[in-house]
Design a protein around this ligand. Structure first.
Ligand code: DX5
Ligand code: ZN
Length: 219
């Protein structure tokens, strides 16, 4: 059985105590830290910048998964790479040259991913798959944590799984938005490799149990 990676989103963590919250999820067995970067243009919310990434980089060795929900990732991705991101995911709905952007990110020595919003079909990114390490399928409209999972995204996960398997691309599938034990299991069933989860983990009375429930482990 393949290992499913769990990537807690620190968007739902306590921003005055990030190091403490990261330690809790690290001890709980989280694999990655998902960092939601929003610019108030691509999405109607503003969150974390490179300075915060640089600070939290000192507190953990976990893999940093930076999800750039910004209009011009081609201008800013390098700052996040320098701040310690291990993977930079930009959105398919931007106007820059996406193959070139993925290439530049990978040439800097880290991984490159692309994300598709709920209304964007898999066909939009199919030609880019050879250049990518990961595709992030949004299972809510990006912008805010704590929204309800859109189950009509499940066929999109299966469709992408089939393409990746048929063509033998070396590309992971990540899902993000409304993931809990139940919706996470549905996504894994459909073919997801990485589960992002914010509100479910950080609003839980026992974040450790929440992380374990996502990876199918009993605490
Ligand atoms: C939404 C973000 C998500 C979000 C996930 O735009 O990309 O990563 O924080 O949070 P939950 O799990 O609360 O939906
Ligand atoms: Zn995200």
């Amino acid at each position: 059985m393949k290992k499913i990676l769990i990537a807690p989103s620190i968007l739902s963590a306590d921003f005055s105590n990030l190091a403490k919250d990261i330690k809790i999820i690290e001890d709980a067995g989280a694999d990655w830290i998902h960092i939601d970067v929003m610019d108030g243009h691509f999405v109607p919310n503003i969150t974390i910048g490179p300075a915060v990434v640089k600070s939290v980089r000192k507190t953990t060795k976990l893999f940093f998964d930076a999800h750039l929900m910004i209009k011009e990732p081609e201008k800013y991705w390098e700052e996040f790479q320098k701040a310690g991101a291990d993977l930079i995911t930009f959105h398919s709905e931007i106007s820059a040259d996406k193959a070139q952007l993925a290439k530049n990110i990978k040439e800097s020595g880290i991984k490159a991913g692309i994300s598709i919003k709920p209304k964007t079909p898999v066909s939009e990114i199919e030609a880019l798959l050879p250049f990518l390490d990961l595709v992030l399928i949004m299972t809510v409209e990006p912008g805010f944590g704590g929204q309800a999972f859109m189950s009509d995204m499940l066929p999109k996960i299966s469709e992408l799984r089939k393409i990746i398997d048929d063509k033998k691309y070396d590309c992971m599938i990540e899902v993000d938005g409304g993931i809990n034990a139940e919706t996470g299991a549905q996504c894994v069933q459909a073919g997801a490799d990485v589960l992002v989860s914010g509100n479910y983990i950080f609003s839980s009375a026992n974040p450790k149990n929440a992380v374990c429930s996502l990876s199918g482990k009993k605490e």
